[in-house]
Write a protein that binds this ligand. Structure first.
Ligand code: 13P
Length: 370
């Protein structure tokens, strides 16, 4: 790879990893977007998806918090009511346009719940078209289910080889690949199991990356899950535990030359993901810039307003969307307690607990002295 290409990739990475911003994932497939509309009885049509995404992308000043948006094939071709292409609206705000380029999940082996990601065939042709449309970065998601016998070694190997093959093709087109090996939250596994699986996946992914001398690690972004207990686990992890485990795994396994690390929310509630991100950022500085690339943890509160107003409350939806983005922007900097210039509720609670423990210790001390 030429130095010029490396410089171009590094430039895109550093724009995406802006110190106050994050990446909005708005690349839900049509069926995932429809499923989210179903809860509100919103018609599951291309027009609904267009109206909803128009509401997000035209939110005033969203560019204060968003460095890039990942789009879906349908969305990169869509226009606003005024006839402006969404991709142009974003570029005019200096928000980078990204595109999901994998083509979804297919069963890996028969009789196994594991899934592999398809989309390598024809990838180069699709990239050439997306690049002409102004896309500068891309995303490929593979998934790993934690179970008694999963993820299998064979699936980890296959998914990691495909992630690296994808990265190579994308960089050849001078675009930045986001590699997303998602450790699924589904299941009752504890946080230690989640950590163990993530380490295994990263070991193989990094070994594949090292083998691929033509993939420039400074020009890739890793999109990862946090290390958390499964959603059906009896014990859920505290923010502090999530942050400590996540930072430990990333620092141990991910080479410092990787361009950036971003997080998916993967079914965490918006507040849980927000506070986990803040706790992770507070443990920095890290060897790579770190930020959010959430879909649900940013969009859910906005979708609740949009859906329950049958798509009519555009202003209310945008207000909630911007509020969630501004919170995540603070969390990305480890400054959540500075929300609205006030001390955040959790902070107040811990200060109160600290105060009362001190009072209690004082009285115990006085009693002992007597
Ligand atoms: P979630 O934040 O909802 O997990 O979505 C992120 C994403 O890009 C999934 O591929």
């Amino acid at each position: 790879m030429t130095q010029d290409t490396k410089n171009k990739l590094t430039d895109i990475v550093s724009k995406l990893m802006h110190p106050h911003k994050g990446i909005l994932a708005a690349d839900e497939s049509n069926s995932s977007a429809n499923k989210r509309f179903e809860n509100f009885n919103i018609p599951q049509t291309e027009e609904s998806r267009r109206k909803y995404r128009q509401t997000l992308f035209t939110a005033p000043n969203m560019e204060q918090y968003v460095s890039g948006v990942i789009l879906y094939d349908e969305t990169i071709r869509q226009m606003s009511d005024d006839g402006l292409l969404f991709r142009d609206i974003l570029q005019d705000k200096d928000v980078l346009v990204g595109i999901k380029v994998d083509q979804g999940l297919v069963p890996f082996l028969s009789n196994s719940p594991e899934k592999n990601t398809q989309g390598l065939s024809g990838l180069n042709e699709r990239l050439v078209e997306y690049k002409k449309m102004g896309a500068t970065f891309t995303k490929w998601r593979s998934v790993f289910l934690i179970g008694k016998t999963t993820p299998s070694q064979a699936l980890i190997k296959k998914n990691c080889e495909d992630l690296v093959a994808y990265a190579r093709t994308v960089q050849k087109n001078e675009m930045v690949p986001i590699l997303e090996p998602e450790i699924l939250i589904e299941g009752s596994h504890d946080i230690e199991q989640s950590k163990h699986v993530m380490e295994k996946v990263f070991d193989i992914l990094v070994a594949e990356l090292h083998k691929a001398s033509d993939v420039y690690q400074g020009g890739i972004i890793l999109k990862t899950s946090m290390v958390i207990a499964g959603k059906d686990a009896k014990v859920q992890s505290s923010h502090d535990m999530v942050a400590r485990h996540t930072v430990h795994v990333l620092r141990k396994k991910i080479p410092p030359q990787v361009g950036g690390v971003v997080f998916l929310s993967g079914g965490q509630s918006p507040d849980y993901a927000l506070h986990n991100l803040d706790a992770i950022a507070k443990m920095g500085p890290h060897p790579w810039p770190v930020t959010f690339s959430f879909s649900r943890a940013i969009q859910q509160p906005a979708l609740d307003v949009w859906g329950s107003s049958e798509g009519k409350d555009v202003e209310g939806t945008q207000k909630v969307f911007l509020e969630r983005l501004s919170l995540n922007s603070l969390a990305r900097q480890g400054r959540l307690e500075h929300h609205n210039g006030k001390i955040n509720r959790n902070h107040v609670i811990s200060l109160r607990i600290f105060f009362w423990i001190t009072v209690l210790l004082f009285f115990i001390f006085v009693l002992i002295l007597k």
